[in-house]
Write a protein that binds this ligand. Structure first.
Ligand code: ZN
Length: 249
C-alpha cells in the first residue's frame, strides 16, 4: 500500500508540473483548460492550479457568470477532494479552480465515515470523476487533538471523540515507525486515509482496479500554499510528469 515509508512511494522530489499550454501555445489568462478525463490529467490539472496559487498568479477559471450558467444543468467535476475542514484549506482557492470543477467533502482531520464514503462513491460512479484526493495539512488541529488525547489519556467530550478515534490508528502507525514530528504524522495520516478509504469502499476499490479512477494523498503547507503528493493508488498511474529539482519541505 502506498504510504510514506513504503518502497517506491516514499515522499521524494515533487513531480514537475505541466506547463500551462494548450497544443503547445500559451493559454490566455482566464481561459479554463479542458476538463481532465483520466487520473493523471486530473492530478496534473490540480498541481498546475496549485502552482498558480503558490506563485501568486491565479487565473480563477470557471468563476464567471457564463460558466455559472453553463454548469447549472449538470456537473462533471474532475476531482473529488476529501479534505480537512480547516478554514485555511479551501480547495477551489488553493487549486485555483471554479464552479463545477471539484466535488468537495470536508471533515476535521479528513476522517471518513459512511457519509463521506457514500459521497465519494457518488462522485466516482455517478458523476464519473476520475480522481480522489485526500487533502491534509501541517499543524492539523484534529491530529494534534488526537495526540493530546493519547498523551493525557483523556477523551474529548461530545462527538469530537469520533474525530479523535479516527486519527488514533495513524498515531499508532507513526509510533511504530518511530515518527514523532507532528507534520510527518500528518503525512502518515493522509496516507492512512487513502488506504482506509480503499479498504472500506469496495465500490471505490473496484473503480481504481478497473483503471477508471485514481486516489492520491496530498499534504498542504499552510504558509507556503504548496500541496505535494505523499501517497497514490495505483502507485504510479496518477503521477503525471518528470521529477523536479525541488526537494520536499
Ligand atoms: Zn486539519
Amino acid at each position: 500500500m502506498s504510504r510514506p515509508g513504503a518502497p517506491g512511494t516514499q515522499p521524494g522530489p515533487e513531480r514537475a508540473l505541466p506547463a500551462p499550454t494548450e497544443g503547445g501555445a500559451p493559454v490566455p489568462v482566464g481561459t479554463p483548460p479542458a476538463a481532465p478525463t483520466d487520473p493523471g490529467q486530473a492530478l496534473a490539472e490540480l498541481q498546475a492550479g496549485n502552482r498558480r496559487f503558490v506563485t501568486g498568479a491565479p487565473r480563477h477559471p470557471n468563476q464567471d457568470a457564463g460558466h455559472r450558467a453553463a454548469v447549472a444543468d449538470g456537473q462533471h467535476p474532475f476531482a473529488v477532494i476529501v479534505g480537512c475542514s480547516d478554514s485555511r484549506l479551501a480547495a477551489e482557492i488553493i487549486f485555483d479552480r471554479g464552479l463545477g470543477d471539484l466535488f468537495v467533502v470536508r471533515t476535521a482531520g479528513h476522517t471518513i465515515g459512511p457519509e463521506v464514503l457514500g459521497s465519494v462513491e457518488y462522485a466516482v460512479t455517478v458523476l464519473g470523476t476520475p480522481l480522489v484526493v485526500v487533502l491534509g495539512h501541517d499543524s492539523c488541529g484534529a491530529v494534534q487533538a488526537a495526540r493530546t488525547a493519547a498523551a493525557t489519556g483523556t477523551r474529548p467530550v461530545g462527538h469530537l471523540c469520533a474525530v479523535v478515534d479516527a486519527v488514533v490508528p495513524s498515531l499508532r502507525r507513526a509510533a511504530a515507525e518511530g515518527v514523532d514530528d507532528i507534520d510527518r504524522i500528518v503525512d502518515i495520516h493522509i496516507a492512512y486515509t487513502v488506504e482506509a478509504m480503499l479498504g472500506r469502499s469496495a465500490v471505490l476499490a473496484a473503480e481504481v482496479a478497473a483503471g477508471r479512477c485514481g486516489v492520491v494523498g496530498m499534504s498542504y503547507r499552510l504558509a507556503a500554499g504548496e500541496a505535494r503528493t505523499v501517497a497514490a493508488e495505483p502507485a504510479r498511474a496518477p503521477a503525471p510528469a518528470e521529477p523536479a529539482s525541488a526537494a520536499l519541505a
